[in-house]
Design a protein around this ligand. Sequence first.
Ligand code: ATP
Ligand code: MG
Length: 358
Amino acid sequence: MATIWVLGDGQLGAMMKHAGQPLGLHVIPVDIMEPSDERLPLATTDVITAEREQWPQSPLSLQLSEHPHFINGAVFARLADRFTQKSLLDSIEIATAPWQLVDDNVSASTLHQQFGDRVLLKRRTGGYDGKGQHWLDSSQSTDIPNDWRQHSIAEQAIPFDEEVSLVGVRQADGQCQFYPLMLNLHQDGILMATLAPLARLQPLQAQAEAMLSRIMDSLDYVGVMAMECFRLGDNLLVNELAPRVHNSCHWTQMGCHINQFELHLRAVAQLAIPALTVKCPVAMVNLIGVDYDPRWLTLANAELYWYGKDVRPGRKVGHLNLNASDPEQLQQSLTTLKSWLPSQYQAPLSWMSENCQK
Ligand code: ATP
Ligand code: MG
């Protein structure tokens, strides 16, 4: 079988490698910044994918991205820039938060006239986990920072009811499949927790699938793509797209017979993808800036994924998947985690307790 090279060697690449192993797939994440004069031994039949939508230029990133089997090669740059991503959504009539490019002609006051008192500036590229955001508040007369002109878009503040995401796969023959919608909680712009599947999100599933199918079709996309949405009543607005496996879908490692990492590999390697089925509901909690705690392993319904990275404040260092089939056991685990995790976890864990059965 062909070797699958992954551009990037963070936790997503590592989990892809892990998922490929039982399938006999040889998956090699590449640290593209590794200073090396040597070229990778890529065969013409090998497949190249990425665990990130953007990367710095280096000899290794160039070698990988110029390979004829770099799957979705043209898509990455288009979706990594919020300006071209939002333009794409507009052109295929997918509802998204109202926006405009921050060019030399706009001022904070014209943006407030257009979008209201609170306007969110987002860097066109490079933002993640809420980094690269700047709020303009008319009551505080905040201004557009100079180096954000041309490099950011402005978005209307969306008074969403909640945040959901959909992850789907598109195969080379155009067939699409989807996991159930996921309910996400963000705190300070960073994903804290995900619950899936939830019966009450089911009525939105067809709408979400139609949106993501149209997006993937328009890009002739192959592989797993994530669509982050705001729910406003019965309507979904796309917040952003990620042309890759996604943090909100880590629950599928426990909850589905084919998890998102294996799903992506099957699609890019053109292997069979039977109907996706859910084995159990899952509550996923991200471990952010916290030290490894061996007590986590005592939770009977938990699976730990520790990324082995240096722990720094605000950094994703692992996640816990909690089996949610037994509501009582889940509540117990959430209560126990509350006593082990620091103060910023109290609200997210309460949110999980309240929402997991709804
Ligand atoms: P990611 O890590 O998912 O790539 P990001 O930092 O690139 O995140 P977004 O997903 O666009 O950026 O925004 C992060 C969070 O900020 C959202 O999940 C949401 O909670 C909040 N947010 C983003 N856009 C808006 C908006 N227009 N109105 C209100 N809140 C918003
Ligand atoms: Mg996001």
